[in-house]
Ligand binder design. Structure first.
Ligand SMILES: C[S@@+](CC[C@H](N)C(=O)[O-])C[C@H]1O[C@@H](n2cnc3c(N)ncnc32)[C@H](O)[C@@H]1O
Length: 200
């Protein structure tokens, strides 16, 4: 497993707190499976949108190495502040911003945009605004990876009517789908590619 990741706060109980009605997904998702599926390469630029405590931002940064960069975005001052202090001087840049508004990153600069357990909290308008930013920020052939809780009764999670099935995601995201994988008990990851033509 990725023990080499600088998980400075893994012993910090704060990261397990509830937040905005939902916990961070750390411990619920198979990190290695996600990293392998996304095939993170040295030099890549990655956006972790709605990063929470940033545990995936750090894992991505480890794979992207110092020739790459991870932008960890969240509007939560508290958790972002902690992440900023932890990642000072590393290849993680923690940016406090609203990801449904304009994101302060150059267009066509991201190889991957990862958004985990965030979009079920968006209104239709917020989702559309976020997806417009995704189109602006992704490089040609860049990947959008959306992790969500499955749309059926589970021991935890948001009301069913707020959840997306992979099929529903494929209807709203204006990019060709790449594939869907299970990334934890009750969680899936749906990937999309920023091309004009469907690839599979
Ligand atoms: C359930 S947490 C998931 C955090 C992390 N992605 C994970 O998988 O553990 C949702 C996160 O999205 C952030 N968030 C929600 N709406 C946002 C917005 N409009 N702009 C920036 N961050 C947002 C919240 O502050 C919170 O940290």
């Amino acid at each position: 497993m990725s023990d080499e990741v600088k998980t400075a706060k893994s012993d910090n109980p704060e990261e397990k707190h509830h937040h905005h009605g939902g916990k961070f997904s750390e411990g619920l998702l198979d990190k290695e499976l996600i990293l392998n599926a996304l095939d993170i390469q040295p030099g890549q630029k990655i956006i972790d949108a709605g990063c929470g405590n940033g545990y995936m931002s750090k894992a991505f940064a480890d794979k992207a190495t110092y020739s790459g960069k991870v932008y960890a975005l969240d509007h939560d001052k508290h958790y972002l502040g902690i992440l900023k202090r932890e990642t000072e001087g590393t290849n993680v840049e923690a940016i406090e911003c609203d990801i449904t508004r304009s994101i302060p990153i150059d267009q066509a600069s991201a190889d991957l945009i990862y958004i985990s357990t965030v979009i079920h909290g968006f209104s239709k308008e917020q989702l559309q605004a976020f997806l417009a930013e995704v189109k602006r920020l992704l490089k040609p052939n860049g990947v959008l990876a959306i992790v969500e809780i499955e749309k059926k009764e589970t021991p935890f999670g948001p009301p069913l009517n707020l959840r997306f099935s992979p099929e529903e995601l494929r209807e709203v995201v204006p990019m060709p789908p790449l594939g869907t994988i299970e990334v934890g008990k009750h969680f899936y990851m749906q990937m999309f590619k920023n091309t004009e033509k469907p690839e599979d």
